[in-house]
Design a protein around this ligand. Sequence first.
Ligand SMILES: Cc1cc2nc3c(=O)[nH]c(=O)nc-3n(C[C@H](O)[C@H](O)[C@H](O)COP(=O)(O)O)c2cc1C
Length: 274
Amino acid sequence: MNITSVTSVLFSPTGTSRKVAMAVADGCGYHNSCVVDATYNTPSDMCYKEHELVVVAVPVYGGKVAPLALQRLDAMRGDNTPIVLIVVYGNRAYEEAVAQLDVFVRSRGFVTVAAAAFVGEHSYSTARYPIAVGRPDAADLADARAWGRDIAAKLARIESTQSIDVASLKEPRNPLFSKLRFILFVLKQRRKKSVAKPMVVVDADKCKLCGKCVKLCPTGAIATGDYLHTDTSRCIKCCACVKGCPAKARTLDTPYAPVLSQCFKDRKSPTTIL
Ligand SMILES: Cc1cc2nc3c(=O)[nH]c(=O)nc-3n(C[C@H](O)[C@H](O)[C@H](O)COP(=O)(O)O)c2cc1C
């Protein structure tokens, strides 16, 4: 196949999906490359032809593709266009996300030629409760680039797009004890009468009122001038404002961070198929 360009289409509030997509696209080595970032708005033109390669990268929320990512990418259209699927998850599990993304793109005219799950630092990770800190790291990004090279080599070899079966992507297993401990914790949380839902809190003493959080929020949950308040009806708990606050005034108050940190310490490697 004579591929002429690669377009990275992404949704990435804390930037880990973006890093993986860029490394894969870089590894592909096509001269023409561009990025369509759907983190802050719905891109206007997302139609692609058969000779263009698309790399789509999205985060995993609750074992599925982040719902807002699918909303923002709803207008994506392919014309038998080869597509590379990437889900990025916080070292717990990606569960249905790859299969869900595959159905999503196929119904829009794309042909899945490669798929992967990479690990990114968990959005809930903090200094006290670290979860996959610094991922994707240099080793992950080297893997991503090498995989990109393999994808380009495969596409150069074949005559026409052939879809792969994403079910053959093997999810890394969690140790049974950790898995059970996490499931029991979630069930216990759900049974509680007043469930402590994750929410962003702001330390008024630390906040410098710089307004960076307004720019970082993908959903407009923080209004200009009202930096100490986050609209919970809009907030998707992506932690873009938490991780990007220069004064470290914002934190996500969540009961899940300690248990995620405890249960999912073991490093998981990226899994890829093509
Ligand atoms: C609301 C929410 C739910 C999440 N659910 C999962 C999950 O089910 N499994 C997992 O391993 N990581 C989960 N994560 C972590 C993200 O998938 C991970 O941090 C990812 O790297 C974020 O991507 P981004 O940097 O592109 O925003 C979740 C994060 C958030 C904010």
